[in-house]
Write a new protein. Structure first.
Length: 744
């Protein structure tokens, strides 16, 4: 059903009535091990006059002196685990000589008291802020690792050489000055030691003067939380062997008490790892009158320096962690670029991609058979580099290096950093399952190249597949493929991450969906049954149908407009008009100009669309006839989509933006003409609610009857303030990555 344009802006109070009717209708399953990403949503009676909690306003976190609080732009999506919200901020530049590193902050905020989940807490509820904790410590006490000769080694003056840092007497900085960083007139080992200490946190290593702020800005990297293992639902499938299930039970038992940690990348070239407490699955024995439905933070004896609220808990208090940096990691390919963080230098290193964490079953002895469960962290480097690395973080206190590779194709200058998705697939060469990382290529240096999906073996880092998306489309809709139309997708840049889908719950990925700034949305079909492995991988363009279910046509000048955000995907067989008893995958995406590339930046006179397609093709098929446009919504002029939607159990929620490029330190308000929107629709395309809001800079997150969204002023939430609501089992959910997840 088509919705040409939306009109009328509802007031805040009436919106809340509708938003609760909408959010309450979303029934999602508890996805084991990742409730904070694909959250279990609730079923309860709506509160008619409830007022949303705009908890965690950015004003609760102090602004840098040369940035206005109302214009700071935290880009990563917020993450929620039990009663704690985690959010990152990127602040203005700090004083020289740290001018190239903006302050980064990562805060943990208490949403509600576990003894009273029926109301939102008010006031300053920040549990810890990692940048402040890190900056209060000594640089000498930091555990910073680098990879050398296949293992992790300390990044210290004893282990780092001039060759590792790319510093020698012959090299000249971009400003024409030699790398005499300590100013003694020579380029030698003393400069190496000076630079190592500067990276670790000293402003003037020779005088042992510490930097004012040690954590680099966190602009794009969404935090990844690691919690104790919990069995994924696909392990109960009859097609999964008993040995695999038994081995997971052992792995889960061995790691059930491991600490909770938070991983995040920053503009200082490091992956940072912070203490996030002690989360546990199940019901909290310390609250006998309350049954926790999404896990809890374990109550422990109160330390002497405990916060004031702990003393109301009768001698024990939830362990939310301290925000202390446990360790940090610098990828090998970024080591030679660390010197560029100095003023007057070149392009500074940036670890701004989002890490992914999952429990995986790997081949540890190289015989081709998986034999051991591990928890791994995989991450690209984003705009700062062209590498990808994998660490074994099963024991977060003692990480182990697994592999690091250079893949120039994934470097993503001027576009959102690539995000690695983790999933289990069938290797069509061996007929065995294996765990893999899925990542899209980045900005094309050669306009003749097509976007591609790279699939890596998580055990080794070896490339398993490179799927070049060279499929053609029919942009003018005349039913004929002209010579110039065959190259429609050349030079395209894919959305930051692929949507990987296991449509039948057998634990193996069978479909991948990828967007492109050329306006094409691709589908990749993967074999997932051993007897059909020889069929191989097929792919095609998904969005070739522009006639909606009610017969409405997408205007020819609105077709194949750039799609910047990654698609949101949902398996929902009971709500698909064309499924005919088979699988039905819904794919949602909106068009828009890039926030990173001026060439595609949004203009005020452009009208963009939000699309809902269904894919009813059987596994192994890539058939345009079975990819149908169900409905589309025309966005108001000047609005477009920079972030993905949230889809689940019969509804989709998305936010728009009115400005393609926003200055986080601008000292002027957003003009009234640049109002954006928050919208919810059902699977018939009926708009359930809409509200005028500032630019949506992250995908919406729906968790426990509350909706969280990142706006220019910071993260906000909408909800009745009633938490720990019972979930209902419903359709499977696949949405944009906001935290780590193991794909089911």
């Amino acid at each position: 059903m088509k919705r040409r344009s939306r009109s009328g802006k509802s007031d805040a109070r009436s919106l809340i009535k509708v938003i609760f009717l909408a959010v309450l209708a979303i029934n999602l399953p508890v996805l084991p091990g990742l409730a904070f990403f694909c959250p279990a949503i609730m079923a309860a009676e709506p509160v008619a006059e409830a007022v949303p909690s705009t908890a965690y306003p950015s004003a609760t976190i102090p602004a840098a002196p040369d940035c206005t609080a109302g214009r700071r732009i935290p880009r990563p999506s917020p993450v929620v685990l039990a009663n704690v919200l985690y959010t990152a901020f990127a602040f203005a530049a700090v004083p020289a000589p740290e001018a190239k590193m903006r302050r980064g902050q990562m805060a943990a905020v208490r949403i509600y008291d576990p003894q009273d989940p029926q109301q939102t807490l008010s006031g300053d509820q920040i549990l810890w802020e990692a940048g402040q904790v890190l900056s209060a410590g000594s640089p000498d006490e930091r555990r910073i690792f680098m990879a050398d000769a296949g293992e992790l080694k300390p990044f210290s003056v004893q282990t780092v050489t001039a060759q590792i840092l790319g510093v020698d007497a012959a090299a000249v900085r971009p400003d024409g000055v030699r790398w005499d960083v300590n100013g003694d007139g020579a380029v030698d080992d003393r400069d190496v030691k000076w630079l190592v200490q500067w990276v670790r946190g000293y402003r003037r290593p020779d005088a042992e003067q510490k930097k004012e702020w040690l954590l680099g800005k966190i602009e794009h990297s969404a935090p990844a939380l690691m919690v104790p293992p919990k069995a994924p639902t696909w392990l109960t499938d009859s097609r999964v062997g008993n040995q695999l299930r038994a081995s997971y039970r052992i792995f889960s038992s061995e790691n059930r008490d491991r600490p909770t940690v938070l991983f995040v990348g920053a503009a200082d070239g490091m992956l940072h790892v912070f203490d996030a407490g002690s989360f546990r699955w199940g019901d909290n024995p310390a609250t006998p009158d309350i049954t926790e439905l999404r896990g809890y933070f374990r109550w422990e004896h109160i330390p002497a320096d405990a916060p004031d609220y702990c003393f109301s808990y009768g001698g024990r208090c939830p362990n939310y962690g301290t925000g202390r940096e446990l360790w940090a990691f610098i990828p090998s390919s970024l080591l030679p670029h660390l010197k560029y963080r100095l003023p007057g230098s070149g392009d500074a290193p940036n670890m701004d991609a989002s890490p992914a964490v999952a429990d995986v079953y790997l081949d540890t002895d190289g015989d081709g058979n998986s034999d051991r469960w591990k928890t791994v962290l995989v991450s690209a480097q984003g705009g700062g580099g062209d590498g990808m690395f994998c660490l074994d973080v099963t024991d977060p206190q003692s990480p182990a290096f697994m592999w690091e590779i250079s893949a120039s194709a994934i470097k993503r200058r001027r576009v959102a950093p690539a995000v690695v998705r983790i999933g289990r697939l069938l290797d069509n060469r061996t007929g065995r399952s294996r765990w893999a990382g899925f990542v899209v290529t980045g900005t094309q240096q050669n306009p003749r190249l097509y976007p591609a999906v790279l699939i890596f073996d998580l055990s080794t880092g070896n490339l398993l597949e490179k799927i070049v998306l060279d499929d053609a489309a029919d942009p003018n809709g005349d039913g004929l493929l002209q010579a110039d139309e065959a190259d429609t997708g050349r030079g395209g840049v894919a959305g930051s991450q692929p949507a990987v889908v296991d449509s039948d719950g057998n634990g193996l990925i069978d479909r991948i969906y990828v967007t492109s700034d050329k306006g094409l949305v691709y589908k990749i079909s993967l074999p997932d049954e051993p007897d059909r492995a020889a069929a191989g991988i097929t792919h095609c363009v998904l969005n070739t149908d522009f006639s909606a279910a009610d017969g409405s046509l997408v205007p020819s000048d609105r077709r194949f407009k750039p799609v910047i955000a990654s698609p949101s995907v949902m398996v929902e067989n009971s709500r698909c008009p064309d499924a005919a008893g088979g699988r039905c995958v819904w794919i949602f995406f909106g068009t828009g100009g890039s926030a990173h590339d001026q060439a595609t930046a949004q203009t005020s006179g452009t009208a963009h669309l939000f699309f809902a397609y269904t894919d009813t093709a059987a596994k192994g098929r890539c058939s345009p006839q079975e990819h149908q446009l169900q409905w589309f919504i025309e966005l108001p002029p000047g609005e477009h989509m920079l972030a993905s939607a949230f889809a689940g159990a019969g509804q989709v929620i998305f936010g728009t933006a009115a400005s393609a490029r926003v200055d986080p330190c601008a000292h002027h308000p957003i003009p009234p003409a640049e109002e954006a929107s928050l919208v919810a629709a059902d699977l018939k395309g009926t708009v359930l609610f809409e509200r005028s809001l500032p630019d949506a800079l992250s995908a919406p997150l729906v968790q426990d009857l509350h909706l969280y969204l990142t706006l220019p002023a910071g993260p906000v939430s909408f909800g009745a303030g009633l938490y720990n609501n019972p979930p209902r089992a419903a359709g499977q959910l696949r949405v944009r990555l906001k935290a780590w997840q193991e794909v089911e």
